[in-house]
Design a protein around this ligand. Structure first.
Ligand code: RB5
Length: 161
């Protein structure tokens, strides 16, 4: 897979170990920075990775800040991004299977390297299950598109849950 990765000044501490880990699994990785622990702003790096993913240039994106929260919120503002922020592998896996996430975020102040590797592995190995989950992912896109009343849309279309 082609994977775009970035962080902020806090996330870069963990990122420097996650990049070679991803490469050891056979992935092609582009590190969008930062490359030092000099204070910076996580939305800059969230945007770089999110744009690299929605453009189709990269299959998936991984972003790391202190908690994973700020950088995931920022990434989710880019149309087409579904970024999960998580600190354990179960949610990471399910976020692929049910929510078709295309970006993963975690915090270098929250998870250690070995747990981060487990999260990344489960996330990358899981596949979107489609089916009933596709309807819900499409509904998320509809909110992004026009924010109309989803319940009314569902009623009109007589879609089963
Ligand atoms: C930076 O101090 C910190 O706020 C950032 O890394 C992240 O945790 C924000 O959500």
């Amino acid at each position: 897979m082609k994977i775009a990765i970035a962080g902020d000044h806090v996330g870069t501490i963990l990122k420097k170990d996650i990049v070679p880990f991803l490469e050891s699994l056979g992935h092609k990785v582009k590190d969008f920075g930062p490359f030092s622990e000099e204070r910076t702003h996580y939305p800059i790096y969230a945007q770089k990775v999110a744009n690299a993913v929605v453009s189709g240039e990269f299959d998936k994106g991984i972003v790391i800040c202190g908690t994973g929260v700020g950088i995931s919120i920022a990434a989710n503002k880019v149309k087409g991004i579904r970024c999960v922020c998580c600190s354990e592998p179960y949610s990471a896996k399910l976020s692929r299977e049910h929510n078709d996430t295309n970006m993963l975020a975690f915090g270098s102040r929250v998870v250690g390297l070995e747990l981060a590797k487990m999260i990344v592995t489960e996330w990358l190995n899981a596949e979107f299950e489609g089916g009933r989950h596709s309807t819900r992912v499409e509904m998320i896109s509809e909110i992004e598109e026009n924010n109309q009343d989803l319940e009314q849309d569902l009623h009109n279309a007589k879609i089963n849950c």
